[in-house]
Ligand binder design. Structure first.
Ligand SMILES: Nc1ncnc2c1ncn2[C@@H]1O[C@H](COP(=O)(O)OP(=O)(O)OP(=O)(O)O)[C@@H](O)[C@H]1O
Ligand SMILES: [Mg+2]
Length: 269
C-alpha cells in the first residue's frame, strides 16, 4: 500500500450555501510512496493549497478519503487527528511565522511545547535539527538576526523537530530571491536524500524539476503527473493512474509555456 493514498477527493467550500458554494477539488486520486519528493504546480486558485491542507489533516474533503500510512485521516476524531498531525506532519509555509522574541533554538523547540519529553531532550532535539540545516552555530540568534535563507531553514528545522514522516510545504521559496530560494531547495533535496517524504506546492518550474515527480492541477483536477528531469524513467511513474496521464501532462506543458518545457513527453517514452 502506498504511504499516502488520495482517493477520489473532492472539496467544495461553503457546501451548504447554494449561492456561494465553490467546488475547488474534483475527484483527485493519486498515490505517493514513502521517500518520494512530490511537487504540485498549477495556476493561482487552482486548488494547490486546498489539496495540501487536505492532506495536512486541516481541511476535511467533501468527498473521498485520504490515507496516510494506512490511517484514514478524516475517520479520526478531532483529538486523534490533532495527535496524528503532531506525529506525522511537518509544515513549512511561505510566511515562516517565526516568533520574533524567541531564539532560533526556542523557535525550533516550539512544536515540542506540549509533548511530555523532558526539556533537556527537547533542547537536544531542537539543536540536532538546527545542525541538520546548518544553523547549529546560530541557535541563540533572534529571527531578525538571521538572513532570509536562514529564516527559511529555521522554519524547516521547526517543521522537522517532531521527526514527521511527511513534510508539507506551501510555496516555501515564494517570497525569496533566487539565491535564497536555492538555499532552501538544497535543504529539501538533502532531506529527501536521507529519506524524507516531501509534498511541496510551488510556482517555480526550476524548483519543481528538483522533485521526483511533478503533479499538475488545473481548476481542481489533476491533469498530469510525471517524473522530473532528476528522475527520468520511461515507464509511468508511481502513482499515475495510467501512462496517458504522463502524455496528457506533456501535451499540457507544450500548450502552456508557463508550466515547463515538455519533459513529460520525454518521460512518456
Ligand atoms: N476557506 C475558503 N472558503 C471559500 N473559498 C476558498 C477558501 N479557501 C480557498 N478558497 C477558494 O478556493 C480556490 C482555490 O484556492 P487555493 O488556495 O487552494 O488555490 P491555490 O492554487 O493555492 O492558489 P495560489 O497559487 O494563489 O496560492 C480559490 O478560488 C479560493 O478563492
Ligand atoms: Mg496557495
Amino acid at each position: 500500500m502506498a504511504f499516502i493514498s488520495i482517493e477520489n477527493v473532492g472539496k467544495t467550500y461553503n457546501e451548504t450555501e447554494l449561492d456561494s458554494a465553490v467546488q475547488v477539488l474534483i475527484d483527485i486520486s493519486v498515490e505517493i510512496e514513502e521517500g518520494e519528493f512530490i511537487a504540485l504546480m498549477g495556476p493561482s486558485g487552482s486548488g494547490k493549497s486546498t489539496l495540501l491542507t487536505t492532506i495536512g489533516a486541516m481541511n476535511r474533503p467533501s468527498t473521498g478519503k485520504i490515507l496516510v500510512d494506512g490511517i484514514d485521516v478524516y475517520g479520526l476524531s478531532d483529538e486523534r487527528r490533532a495527535d496524528f498531525r503532531m506525529e506525522y506532519l511537518g509544515f513549512v509555509f511561505q510566511q515562516h511565522h517565526l516568533m520574533p522574541y524567541l531564539t532560533a533554538l526556542e523557535n525550533a523547540m516550539l512544536p515540542l511545547a506540549t509533548s511530555r519529553v523532558p526539556t533537556r531532550e527537547k533542547r537536544e532535539r531542537a539543536m540536532a535539527v538546527l545542525e541538520s540545516v546548518s544553523l547549529g552555530n546560530k541557535a541563540s540568534r533572534l529571527p531578525n538576526q538571521l538572513s532570509g535563507g536562514e529564516q527559511g531553514r529555521l522554519a524547516i528545522a521547526r517543521a522537522l523537530v517532531n521527526q514527521p514522516p511527511l513534510l508539507l510545504a506551501d510555496e516555501p521559496t515564494g517570497t525569496l530571491d533566487s539565491k535564497t530560494g536555492s538555499e532552501i531547495m538544497e535543504v529539501f533535496i538533502e532531506l529527501n536524500r536521507r529519506g524524507q517524504t516531501i509534498f511541496m506546492v510551488t510556482h517555480n518550474q526550476d524548483n519543481a524539476d528538483l522533485a521526483d515527480r511533478v503533479l499538475q492541477i488545473r481548476d481542481g483536477s489533476l491533469v498530469g503527473c510525471c517524473s522530473s528531469p532528476r528522475n527520468r524513467t520511461n515507464s509511468a511513474p508511481v502513482g499515475c493512474k495510467s501512462p496517458n496521464e504522463v502524455e496528457l501532462a506533456g501535451i499540457h506543458r507544450q500548450d502552456d509555456q508557463r508550466v515547463g518545457s515538455g519533459d513529460c513527453v520525454v518521460n512518456a517514452g
